[in-house]
Design a protein around this ligand. Structure first.
Ligand code: 1CP
Length: 338
């Protein structure tokens, strides 16, 4: 489960009081490890996601930023012109030593008991912050640059492809078993614009990373991806992350059985009575079928989510069984036992 959107764990909130700067929390090895292990220790999930942010690598290729408590990410000098591009330089992975160290420690701490998950932002999504300068609801500056200065945006996105690819390989070599690519704001583009301004750059990253780390599964997530599913599959990733605006059954029909899916449970269900949450988890798992589904939320855990609901989610997940067991039967024959 991602908890990016929410500071729902009391232990995290307490630690954040002591270390109020997000950059300090996410750029100090001991704190990264401690925070990453908090949900693992509380709920024992199958995956431990490194505590970091999609913006963390920015300073290592020339873009200073901050993550403020109320405003969220702030880029000090947004890039909107050729002049602005001059600030960019190749990624200096030594400046991200804390990510490498944390992944190595996490891998050692969890052993074979859980997968260690790394992540990056997709070029388009990272570019929305670099161009807009902060969180936006309309994306009007970057969308207009697609038409007024396409060469600037293309140069920025190409730079991001190189930096992000190197950063993924660095995470894998440091111990990440799997990498999730967040194109969180890809769903803000009309599909034909996504084809032009996001997909080719993701395809390039997938191809660079596959050469260096052919065995590492890649997950692609887009917020609001119902209209982009087939296009997402064409990027060549292994797993498609689904938000909750598309029905799991429809998504499976569109995507076919040769690609895995993740997510789909609306994070707001964690605020519902527990039996309703149970029913929804079972419904999603039934629709997804016995193979190739990573049970997860359709986005991060929301602020204010009761920790008991998260614990319940994992209890239910651990007790789900297919009869006959998945290993013994061909796709589609096994039934979920409830
Ligand atoms: O201190 C805090 O709690 C601030 C909130 C916060 C947190 C917990 C931010 C600021 N980043 C994070 C960590 C983070 N970021 C994780 C957590 C790893 C874990 O589960 O422990 C992850 C996976 C991210 C990734 C991330 N950051 C995304 C992609 C995932 C998604 O939500 O779609 C995005 C878009 C960001 C940008 C970001 N970071 C933080 C904020 C407030 C924002 C802006 C969101 C926006 O623009 O609306």
């Amino acid at each position: 489960m991602m908890r990016q959107a929410g500071r729902y764990m009391a232990v995290y909130r307490k630690l954040a009081e002591k270390y109020p700067s997000f950059r300090e929390r996410s750029e100090t090895t001991d704190l990264i490890v401690e925070i990453s292990l908090q949900p693992w220790e509380a709920f024992n999930p199958d995956g431990v996601i490194i505590f970091s942010d999609i913006l963390t690598p920015l300073a290592a290729f020339g873009i200073p930023f901050d993550i403020e408590e109320v405003r969220g990410p702030v880029i000090h000098a947004p890039i909107r012109s050729e002049e602005g591009l001059k600030a960019l330089h190749p990624i200096d992975l030594e400046k991200l030593h804390f990510v490498g160290e944390s992944l190595r420690i996490l891998r050692h701490e969890v052993g074979e008991r859980a997968a260690v998950l790394g992540f990056v932002g997709a070029p388009w999504t990272i570019a929305t912050y670099i161009v807009e300068g902060c969180t936006t609801r309309t994306y009007t500056t970057i969308k207009s640059i697609c038409h007024t200065a396409p060469h600037v945006l293309r140069a920025l996105l190409s730079h991001l492809v190189q930096a992000i690819s190197e950063y993924i390989v660095f995470q894998v070599e440091s111990g990440a078993h799997c990498i999730q690519i967040f194109d969180s704001w890809g769903g803000q583009l009309p599909p034909d614009m996504w084809e032009r301004w996001s997909k080719p750059y993701i395809v390039e990253i997938v191809s660079i990373v596959r050469k260096k780390c052919p065995k590492t599964p890649l997950v692609l997530y887009i917020n609001g991806n119902g209209g982009l599913l087939e296009r997402m599959k064409e990027t060549g990733v292994d797993v498609i992350g689904l938000d909750w605006t598309v029905d799991m059954e429809d998504a499976k029909k569109q995507l076919g059985n040769d690609i895995s899916v993740q997510g789909n449970v609306d994070p707001a269900y964690l605020f519902s009575p527990l039996p309703a949450l149970t029913d929804e988890i079972e419904r999603v798992v039934k629709c997804a079928g016995p193979r190739g589904h990573i049970l997860n939320l359709g986005h991060g855990v929301l602020v204010g989510t009761p920790e008991e609901a998260v614990a319940h989610f994992f209890d239910i997940a651990r007790n789900l069984k297919f009869d006959p067991p998945v290993e013994d039967h061909a796709l589609g024959e096994a039934k979920l036992v409830v």
